[in-house]
Structure formats: C-alpha cells, structure tokens
Design a protein around this ligand. Sequence first.
Ligand code: SF4
Length: 282
Amino acid sequence: MTDTIQTIHFEPRSTNFNRLKGRLEHQVGKAIADFNMIEEGDTVMVCLSGGKDSYTLLDVLLTLRKRAPIDFKIVAMNLDQKQPGFPADVLPNYLKTVGVPFHIETQDTYSIVKEKIPEGKTTCSLCSRLRRGIIYKVAGELGANKIALGHHRDDMVETLFLNIFFGGKLKAMPPKLVTDKGDHVVIRPLAYCAEKDIARYARGMEFPIIPCNLCGSQENLQRQNIKEMLTNWEREYPGRTQTIFTAMQNVKPSHLLDGGLFDFKSLKLGDKVDEGDIAFDD
Ligand code: SF4
C-alpha cells in the first residue's frame, strides 16, 4: 500500500514516540479484548508482507504478549510470491533478530497471475485469492488456529465506502471472522489504529520495509480514489475518519431500511424504538 502520509520522524524513546507506542499498544489491547480475538492456548500466525502495517502488528503483539495474563504462541509467516526483485533475505534476517519463530512459504503466484490475467488488467483480485488460500493452508500446517492480518482502521473505513459505492451494501471489513471452511479465525488486531500512527511508528522503529509495488500492479484504482476522498475530507474536517469509524460501531437498524435487521412490519403503536423519532440529531 502506498504511504501517502507526511514524513514525521520520531526518535525511538523520545516522549512523543513513547506516547505513540503506548497509544498503539492500548488500541491493539482494546481491540483484542473487545472482540475476544486471542484466548488462552491460541497459536497466532502473524502474516508479514514486509510493509509497515504487518511489522507494526507483529511488534505490538510481541510486546503485549509479554504482559498478557494469558499464554499464547506467536508464529510469523511470510509468503514469498516470487515477485521480481523481492529481497528474500530481509524478513528472515529481521525475524531472527527479533527472535520469533517464523516460516517463509515460497509459492510462485506471480507467474500464475501473469499467465492468467491479460496485460493491462488488474491482477490484485486473483493474486489475493491465491494468497488467501495459501495462508489458510500454511496456518493449518503450522498448527495455528488464529491468523492475524495487519489491516487497520483506515482500511476498514475505505472498505465500507467501496462496498457502499460499488456493491450497494453497508458492509466493511470485520475485526474477526471465521474462514469459509470453518478451520481458522482471522483477526485484525490493528482495527482501532490509525494508518498515520502506524506509519510514524514504523518509521521510528526503522523496520526494513519491502516496497509493495514489485509486482508492477497498481493498487485497486477505486480504493485509491476512496483513500484520496477520505484524505481530502480529513484535511477539511479533521477527525472525520474516526467519526465514520465510530459510526461503524454504533449501528441503529431501526433507522436504516433493512427489514431483515429490524422488524418494521410488526411495528405498532406504543412500541419503543431505539433513537426515537429523530433522524439526525446535531
Ligand atoms: S499489488 Fe501485486 S502483490 Fe499486491 S495484491 Fe495486487 S497483484 Fe498481488
């Protein structure tokens, strides 16, 4: 994912950096507790792409595990998709330094995608489908019951708008889900973390970031447009992304139009409706 956030470098251990670190740890701990993401005896496979989000996820989870009241295992995993120029030694070297068990899975999905998708067409959807299947398979082989992904608050808000604008659905990206086969639980512990905080943390920690454009494909154009829309809103109305995110945790089915979520047909005189007769309370 392209980092469009303005560069602000924090010296590790400066007061500002420690405050940022504390905030991220608090937000990850809260998401884990709010959604019961990690339980006693879990083995959590943390998927690392070499980008800022997954490095931050692994780093914060390792810190939180040290003081967690429960016992759980962490194993890091990277899928080397054989993209041209992928620096295969960067992640293993980092993970050895950190001292976390890890597995590098090498699968040439790059060639498959190039072969199947005509030149000029977006390759991301096939690529991510293949990646997802491999990730689930590797989790099974490693004995991991939880799969942790590095999506954050801004990814979730972008997905909400993608689904509204192009899917006609009020749906975002869940903090926790069970895979279709029912074998694993996927968790997103960075759900409450803002992308700009993660970007600052990753810079301060000087993680060895691997560029994300090695495959030569552009990130989904619609997602880029929505990112830009949110960035412009944020500039004009600071805090808007967080307000939208808060709204995603504060859904009022009685004031939407989905009869499957709220029984409008049976509504009768005398019934009390959440939020009353006010549609917009400013
Ligand atoms: S940007 Fe490249 S590596 Fe990422 S999902 Fe798209 S095709 Fe796959």
